[in-house]
Design a protein around this ligand. Sequence first.
Ligand SMILES: NC(=O)c1ccc[n+]([C@@H]2O[C@H](COP(=O)([O-])OP(=O)(O)OC[C@H]3O[C@@H](n4cnc5c(N)ncnc54)[C@H](O)[C@@H]3O)[C@@H](O)[C@H]2O)c1
Length: 340
Amino acid sequence: MSVRAAIIGLGDISSLHLAAIDALDDVELVAVCDIDPDRAAAASERLGVPAYASHQALFAGAQPDVVHITTPHSEHAAAAIDALDAGIHVIVEKPVARDPRQAAAVEAAAARSSAKIAVCFQNRYNTPVRAAKQLLDSGALGAITGAAATVIWHRTAAYYEAAPWRGTWAGGGGGLLMNQAIHTLDLLRWLVGPVVSVTGTASTRVLPIEVEDTAELTLTHDGGIRSGFYATNTHATNAPITVDIVAENGQLSLRENLVVSYADGRTETVADDSVATGERAYWGVSHERLITDFYARLGEVDPFWITPADGARVVDIIHEVYERSYPEQTAQLKRNGELQ
Ligand SMILES: NC(=O)c1ccc[n+]([C@@H]2O[C@H](COP(=O)([O-])OP(=O)(O)OC[C@H]3O[C@@H](n4cnc5c(N)ncnc54)[C@H](O)[C@@H]3O)[C@@H](O)[C@H]2O)c1
């Protein structure tokens, strides 16, 4: 019998989720959901499934086995928690939730549920990233001594106008860090180790948004290893993300490819085979890999390996920087109940 899938939020990223569902033989899309009635109706007609206006109506009406949550950040936690409490498996887009308190509530719901949840940090499925992880875990490079990463990207005013939640604290819970750079912060945690403290600044320099478009952070990982991190959405193009990790016996450098330079002069390259083509090429094919893997592991006893705790710890890191960089805004939003 097919696994019954549904999706909540029919905006930009939903097309990648729908394509991944469509590519799976034993998974059937049974319903869609969006609060925008035109979007919901258009998707319903195109995909030949019923549309619902709320996640509660979707769960009651369509009884999916798995739900994909591809809504604005402010909407992630409520849908994820209700799904987990109803025993429905969840694939939630990043961030796991808009703010630390909502993220902790998702963690708690996952802990009391028999259902599984994945957080969509799909860059962990990029071939060069996986090769880097395997190499570091193998011990061949020795202990890590430091790291640095950059996300130097391009977002226009039109990108924020097209979906106004993106440029706001209430809808997005933040800007560049929470929406774009979060993937690379997750990679630093995954590759270098848990983060024990962070200092840094975030600021709004160029884009017409209330949240940050530029940030620089210093992360201290377990064992005192430091990562330097710079990110901006104000560049003229989307440059490749960079992650450089220095270890006792060599260095690794992630761009599109992975280049490993050993202390004895040897080098190795692992090519990126996860690049897609077309307008959205920079999104790659790793979404499909993550989604396929999630469905393949539904029968396993263990939780899915990219956990709500992984998602929540990155949100915690980002919030430490927000509270220092935007003290008045974050305090006011907390008083309003728009940020927790
Ligand atoms: N993993 C990635 O690389 C990646 C890339 C892009 C976006 N995303 C994430 O995907 C999510 C959606 O981003 P997007 O750019 O597609 O947004 P979008 O604004 O294009 O689409 C969001 C959709 O959700 C709908 N919606 C809003 N509130 C809702 C609710 N309560 N119930 C049902 N539907 C609701 C909106 O009407 C809209 O159609 C965000 O979490 C974003 O960070 C992830």
